[in-house]
Structures are given as C-alpha cells and as structure tokens.
Ligand binder design. Structure first.
Ligand SMILES: [Zn+2]
Length: 324
C-alpha cells in the first residue's frame, strides 16, 4: 500500500485506500483495518466480501479482527472486510459495472475497468503479507462448510481446523493464486451462507481464526487440534441445476459433513408455474459427503450452486497429503 501511511505503532487503525472515481461522482475506496501487535511478528492479510453475495465473509472478518487485542498480538493483521463494495451493495457475485468476478482477474490492472482496478489495489495489499486468508461463504440461498489446504498452507489449514479440507490447484486469477505466486502461505475459508445457522458459523470463524493465529505464531499458546482428524477432499463436484425455479431440499444445512449413498436425491428442482419436478440433483459418489446444501425451499437459476458433494472414499488425512 504505497499510497497510504503505514502505521507501525501498536493499536488499531482504519484507513481508506482510493481505487477510482465513478460516473456517479462517488469515489470508490477500500476500507482497510490494521491491528498492530505490541510484539513484532508476521503479517496476515484477511479479505471478506470478494464475492458480494457472500455476506458472511465481511461479518466473519469483523468479528475475528475485533476479537484480537493488540496487546496479545505478535505482528500485524491487515483486513479488508468488504473487498468489492459495489458487489456487496448489489448482493451479487459480480461487480455491476463490468459484470466481472473479482476473484478471477488477479492481479488486475490499474488502467482497467472497475473490477480490474479493485483487483490491482487488493493484489498490492496481499503482496506485503506472510500469510493470506480469504473469507468466503455460500451465496444467498445455500450454505457451505470447508476450507482449502494449499501446498504451502498446512499450518493455516490445520490451525483453522475446518473438518473438511479441499486440496486442489488454485483457481486462475483468484486472490489465493496471487498469494501463492508471491510465495505467501494461504487458505480460503468457505463458511456459512444462505442465512442459515449464522450464529454458529460466525462463532466458528472467530474460534477457528484465533486458533489459526496461534498456529502461525501470531497469538500465544498452542493451537487446539481439531476435534476429529480433518478429511482432505481430493474430489469435489458442484451439482448445478440446468433449469431455474425452486429447489426442494432433503438435506438442510444441519446435515453438512454427513455421508450419503450414491444415487441419493439431495434435492428436486420444481417448476413454480406448472408444479412439476423438472430435475433431480443426485449424489454422484458411492460415498458422498455433503459440502454445500440448501434449506428446505430455496430459489435457483440455471447453473447456480445446487449442492456440493465430495468423494468420501478418496479423502486423505493431512499427514497423508503432505507425506505422499
Ligand atoms: Zn466466494
């Protein structure tokens, strides 16, 4: 963040970083929180709201950042709770101005469109970090729980302690891919969404986030190991309805993490005009673990996230992943 004064004294600051000026006369800025610990240490950058329909992320960042007292912190937390303010305002995955997905165009372009300029400023903020965490959730009508484990992010993923992890190549143009390109260890947390079980998920974001800070040496104390060994998914599929309408779900978000048999109907797409069932969303793996589900009745559009399911028969332990 070359264009802002960098605070190094212990305490909290909030600053705004200019991005561009819009045609409506409003300045597009990013609000950046900084918690500087009383002891030296590493720098963690945390983002929320890179997808504007994933409203749990900003609140997860707010609760985690405000839970940390500078007196207990070694190093610095730099947090951007709402990484795409106009998408957040529109409750959309995409920026209204140019229709782009902010999380597919890193490192952006300072001479580009609104989303490209946002990505460029955010990429600069990531570049100075030792660790990076991006808080996502499901969107308006579904609920999710897992986290990414990257090749250089073992401590972050085990510290965060999500019961289900996913190991894969980072999505091209994502904030996470940019962190990895810069040698920064990272994780992506997918937690909550759909307005379901919000208090429980927000509590998890804080307790797991603080545990992760212990695992990377920014808070004192030993990180608590996960209650059960974490499962690393190596196969994860999104079941997307090909037609719009309503989804009637048999597996509400309190079933997340459950394993169901292959062929189980997870939900049915119902035509709200004719009342016909026009599609079934079916568990594809012989042992299918539920990663993203929906409340009893929700709306959907073609290509939407219907359910997400992992293959429970090809999971690894964290040790197996890193020892293979
Ligand atoms: Zn997202």
């Amino acid at each position: 963040m070359s264009d802002t004064a960098t605070t190094t004294r212990p305490g909290r600051t909030v600053e705004t970083v200019p991005v561009t000026r819009l045609g409506n006369g409003h300045d597009l800025e990013l609000t950046v929180h900084r918690v500087v610990g009383t002891r030296p240490g590493k720098t963690l950058v945390a983002f929320g709201g890179i997808h504007g329909d994933e409203a749990m992320g900003p609140e997860e960042v707010r609760r985690l950042v405000t839970s940390v007292d500078p007196a207990e912190l070694s190093g610095t937390i730099i947090a951007v709770p709402v990484a795409n303010p106009y998408a957040y305002d529109a409750m959309s995955r995409f920026t209204p101005h140019d229709g782009l997905n902010l999380n597919r165009i890193f490192p952006g372009d300072r001479k580009g469109s609104v989303t490209e300029q946002l990505a460029a400023v955010l990429a600069e903020i990531i570049t100075g970090a030792d660790h990076f965490i991006d808080f996502h959730s499901s969107g308006l009508y579904s609920t999710v729980e897992y986290a990414y484990v990257m090749d250089d992010g073992r401590d972050m993923a085990t510290g965060f302690g999500s019961p289900l992890l996913y190991h894969h190549a980072p999505y091209e143009g994502s904030s996470n891919a940019w962190a990895i390109t810069n040698g920064i260890s990272s994780t992506v947390c997918e937690l909550g969404g759909g307005g379901q079980l919000t208090d429980a998920f927000l509590d998890k974001a804080v307790s797991r986030g603080r545990n992760m800070l212990k695992a990377i040496g920014m808070l004192d104390g030993e990180p608590e190991p996960p209650a059960a060994p974490q499962k690393v998914l190596t196969e994860l599929v999104i079941l997307r309805p090909t037609q719009g309408g309503a989804i009637i779900s048999d597996y509400a978000p309190d079933r997340l993490g459950e394993v169901v048999k292959g062929g189980t109907v997870l939900g049915r797409v119902v035509d709200p005009y004719t009342f016909e069932v026009i599609e079934e969303l079916v568990a594809p793996f012989e042992s299918s673990v539920l990663v993203l589900t929906r409340e009893g009745y929700t709306r959907t559009t073609p290509g939407d996230y219907g359910f997400m399911v992992g293959n429970a028969d090809t999971t690894l332990t964290v040790e197996e992943l890193f020892d293979r």
